[in-house]
Design a protein around this ligand. Sequence first.
Ligand code: PLP
Length: 397
Amino acid sequence: MPASTRELYQRHVLNTARRSLALARGEGARVWDEDGKRYLDLGGGIAVNCLGHAHPRLARTLADQAAALIHTSNLYHNAPAAKLAERLAGLLGGGKIFFTNSGAESNECLLKLARKAGDPAGKFEVIAALQSFHGRTFGGIAATGQEKMRAGFGPMLPGFIHVPFNDLAAVEAAMTPRTAAVLIEGIQGEGGVMPARADFLLGLRRLTRERGVMLLYDAVQCGHFRTGCYQSWQRILEGVPGGDGFRPDALSMAKSLGGGFPIGAAWISEEYENVLGPGSHNTTYGGGPLGCAAANTVLDVIEDENLAANIRARGDQLLAGLRPLAGSHGITDVRGFGGMIGVVLGHEGAADLATRLAEAGLVVVPAGTGVLRFLPPLNVTAAEIDEGVAIMWKTLG
Ligand SMILES: Cc1ncc(COP(=O)(O)O)c(C=O)c1O
């Protein structure tokens, strides 16, 4: 008998993740495992599959673009990248784009940008948040405010200071003449779906401007319409006086940007767009025509199918369905926006609960050990949300 997928993984793939199902195919918010069992996928490939699985327009774009031009390297121009950069910069009101292949690489670009911009003044320190997550590269783990991600990999890249999230006074107290940047996630994802407070965002923007410090925004998980707005600050600051003027100095993106095709990007505001000049930073695959064509189609579908409004409504529905769980079953809180909702368990059983939910036909994603994350596709339907909520209630008993 040939070895199973699980057996081949055990023999040949590094054991760096707690893997569960062996998935074979998907359609919309449904996935099937190798035995043909069907699941409702409200984990979205950890906030990546924003159009669900096998969206016909995305599949067609990938096939058409692959038949025309897959890769060129960064030595040449290509039309899909030019168009995507124009659209992303347009959404952010100006500035320029550096294309990458993942979230960690997008953050590397932000960190190198901050050091290069700060270098003439001897500024290199970055203040980041406790419980943050910024990726698994050396820059990423140094920036990440979780000791367990760094354990055994020392010595760390120097110059990172961690302070409690949503604590403006702590950021101010950590600032020194060497501070180059403050780096935050708009909504901490891996840290347990913890949104930035409006007053924290506005206070940070004011403080960083006053001190000549860059404000770097990691939108890898919470960006790209996941909250019902293009960027999470637009949702968090909605209706808040002064909120319209908020914009970070640079931003990292990946995950939903390609809807499943691996592509990332860093956006850099006009003020800093000339800091990284020719030869200062690059990547072979960044801005390839295949990934950029995919990302353009993702944006087209989000616009054409009005998915920002959909995920906003579906998120409200999901919150309404899950919130009554708080206070029972050990659940202490249900929080988040749109397609980024966290169920805070009040115990360390997130992985075990995710396994029980999968057995019951629902795929969701743990965040750390104590929070369960719902990261559904932006085109999830009202019936699918109802179904997911029902499975959750039934499984909790
Ligand atoms: C906020 C945030 N930043 C960065 C990353 C790293 O992205 P990638 O895994 O694509 O390198 C992640 C991944 O979960 C993330 O959630």
